[in-house]
Design a binder for this molecule. Sequence first.
Ligand code: ATP
Ligand code: MG
Length: 447
Amino acid sequence: MQRVLVTLAGAGHEAALVGGTLRDLLRGRVRGAGDWDVATEAHPEVVARLFPGSLWQNRFGTVTVGPDPLIEVTTYRTEGGYRDRRRPDEVRFGATLDEDLARRDFTVNAIAWVPSDPGAGRGVLRDPHGGIDDLRAGVLRAVGEPAERFAEDALRLVRAVRFAARLGLEIEPRTGEALRAAASSVTAVSGERIRDELLRMLRSDEPPWGEAPPSTGFRLLEAHGLLEALLPELAALRGVPQGKPIPGDALDHALRAVDALPPDDAYLRLAGLLHDLGKATTGAGGHFIGHEEVGAELARRVAERLRLPNDQVARIVHLVRQHMFAYTPGWTDAAVRRFVGRVGREHLDDLFALRAADELASRAHEPAAAELDELRARIGAVTHGVPLETRQLAIDGHDLQAVLGLPPSPEIGRILAALLEATIEEPSLNNRESLIGLAREIAARAS
Ligand code: ATP
Ligand code: MG
């Protein structure tokens, strides 16, 4: 990072350290190598030339130097209007450091360290909006007029909550009022930008940054009317009674489940957040029958609206749909194999982590993990070497066509599925001879 400041200074350009890493240093948190923000008067093409191999990819003038550590060098700028509340209509370079700090969102994010001798680590802090005092007092405050700043870019509504939660700051009253008043405008922000903020909120207690569990942010979203606007499917769980040993409604339960999942997998945490969405409409009689099916479709809607990558949409929907399995020691070995076939080996760890979090969020005490451990042990013992998908069978569709003299048809798929079922029931059948014999019987019965 010093190298970047030294190079820019050497070429005669003013440059300063800004952003989250500086803010966290001022709070006494030292991050690892990555993620430095540098602001400079030098124009992007100049910066790109000074750092061969760097990447200039957007019109906002950010040049990425890196990759390890990743340093984002952004040209001082002011921003034009924000007609759509999403992106500035125009970005003007050639601004001063103070102008650049004035367009930033919150005072604690509008502090700069300006080196006088970058090689020796000497410099001064530039803090025209009182960010250091706010940091010390534990206050999150918009730079300038809060209502205007939220009207310019509604993503700042979510950012306010994320910073307040993660940094343990109180939202200053006028900023909070403006936040509540503008909450519904957050629906104008693109799903991608919301997604990125929510994923960061879900990781809010990941070392070394945060101390607040992710539920803190979601509770703050709710308190300011943002949860209703962003995730109405989740907000609908408020007031849905749970009937669990631990007090609270279905939203409290979902938030506890999120906190109980590990911070390094934000998508799994999202699955935890969404796992009971179906309870909002299936609670008649207090049973929530079929809530995992209803919830899976609601989770899909949320995940697609947030523009999650397709594989993560599928993963979350699958986990929500499967989360209600009810293991008992009475399950036969075949039942254990059918369960693994249904869930898929690759999803077992996720599903078990989700279940453990769900249990922890349901009971007042640490759950007895004995049943899950038993299931895990049995899975290891009874699925080893056993085909759980048709393509793992000892014969395939081509074999069937040849032996039975059948053309390629759905019939082949149905026979393979029946063979798989038989093999899950009785693994010793998984050899050519037995399967071909069985296939002949099935085909004869069908015709
Ligand atoms: P983090 O620790 O999560 O990375 P950060 O403060 O570095 O927090 P970034 O989203 O990385 O946050 O943005 C870097 C800086 O750019 C912020 O500190 C802030 O000054 C400015 N910034 C980012 N997004 C906005 C925005 N939507 N409006 C105004 N300023 C912004
Ligand atoms: Mg940052």
